[in-house]
Design a protein around this ligand. Sequence first.
Ligand SMILES: NC(=O)c1ccc[n+]([C@@H]2O[C@H](COP(=O)([O-])OP(=O)(O)OC[C@H]3O[C@@H](n4cnc5c(N)ncnc54)[C@H](OP(=O)(O)O)[C@@H]3O)[C@@H](O)[C@H]2O)c1
Length: 270
Amino acid sequence: MPSTRERVLRASTLPDRYGKWAVVAGASEGLGAAFAAQLAKRGMHLVLIARRGHLLEELGERLTAQFGVEVRCLALDLADPSFAEALVDAVGRLDLGIVIYNAAHVPVGPFVDAERDSIERAVDVNVRGPLLLLHALLPAMRDRGRGAVVLMSSLSGLQGAPHVSVYAATKAFNAILAEGLWYELRVNGVEVAVCCAGAMRTPGYDRSFDRDVPGMLSPDDAARRTLDALGKGPRLVPGLVNRIAAQVMGRFLPRRTAIRLIARNTKHIT
Ligand SMILES: NC(=O)c1ccc[n+]([C@@H]2O[C@H](COP(=O)([O-])OP(=O)(O)OC[C@H]3O[C@@H](n4cnc5c(N)ncnc54)[C@H](OP(=O)(O)O)[C@@H]3O)[C@@H](O)[C@H]2O)c1
């Protein structure tokens, strides 16, 4: 007799495995929009969140026309803790299967020169945001006995990352949070994973970085690989070059060498 978890993993489509609806927080462009498109392609209805509602509406109309899925758009600022109530109201009794927290705020530059507003915003969006979102949505997923969650982290969250130190620290928080929740919730049929992505050419990347780095993936490729890897463990690193980099930086190099290597790239972020 297969266990609940085995039955869930055997189901072939994402809606069958996890539930019919997905929430993508931070979906108006870049990787979040790519997640939305990949989920729609696989038959998931969508609840999309970002501040720029008009971009969400355009994306939603495109995905409905292309894949016939239903899309609900929520123009919300994830730095404002009241987003959680608005989200619960909007999600209501939906058969929520997948939740992706993708939004991030990235303070760039030396920590001592940073605007206090910017570092607080990084904590609000990158740390409090995913906590409130999961605290609001996970109880119903646990009670339904199925679901999947992806928290976005980064290779820069595997060690200190000079010039983006606060951002990297928030990404480390997400990685550790997801690993703990992966263990807590898998017995209830809910798969929690962290995606430690390497560099991707997104609008956010292009605004702050002007060079390619080894192992770069397109946002579409990173989203597809992440969804394909759901259920395969707590820590997902899309792309072979990125997986090798994560192993080398995290396990084989002395910490100070890993930090120096990361600094060679992050010093070019503006
Ligand atoms: N790009 C990379 O190279 C890279 C590498 C490793 C990890 N990552 C991670 O991957 C994720 C996506 O990165 P990206 O490059 O695609 O980012 P991006 O291009 O800057 O897009 C971020 C998305 O989050 C939304 N967002 C930001 N702040 C928000 C807020 N306060 N409230 C609501 N929505 C908000 C933005 O929409 P609005 O502006 O419309 O609100 C946008 O849709 C991030 O978690 C990042 O840390 C990226």
